[in-house]
Every structure is written in C-alpha cells, then in structure tokens.
Design a protein. Structure first.
Length: 55
C-alpha cells in the first residue's frame, strides 16, 4: 500500500465517521421530538380529566 492509498482510506474512514455521527444526531432529534409529543399528549389528557373532575 502506498501513501496515496493510505490517505484515501483515512479520508474514507473520516467520511464514514461523519456520516454515522450525522445519522445518530438525526435519530436522537427524532426520538426526542417523539418523546416531547408523547409527554405533551399525556399532559393534555390529564388536564382534560382534571377539568372534568372539578366540574
């Protein structure tokens, strides 16, 4: 293996790492939004129930 081939392997590895990191961040954001929506739905449900209990 010569220096040029080695440099290409290093570049490819770095590109793969960046892609994996970007995909990971995207997935984390997606899951976080799901969690927030789920929690908001539960809050709204409890507020609705609480309002009916007070009446």
């Amino acid at each position: 293996m010569n220096k040029q081939e080695y440099d290409q392997i290093i570049k490819t590895a770095a590109d793969l790492e960046r892609g994996a990191e970007a995909e990971c961040k995207k997935e984390i954001e997606k899951r976080q939004k799901y969690k927030e929506g789920y929690m908001k739905g539960i809050e709204d449900l409890l507020d609705s129930i609480e309002g009916k209990v007070k009446e």
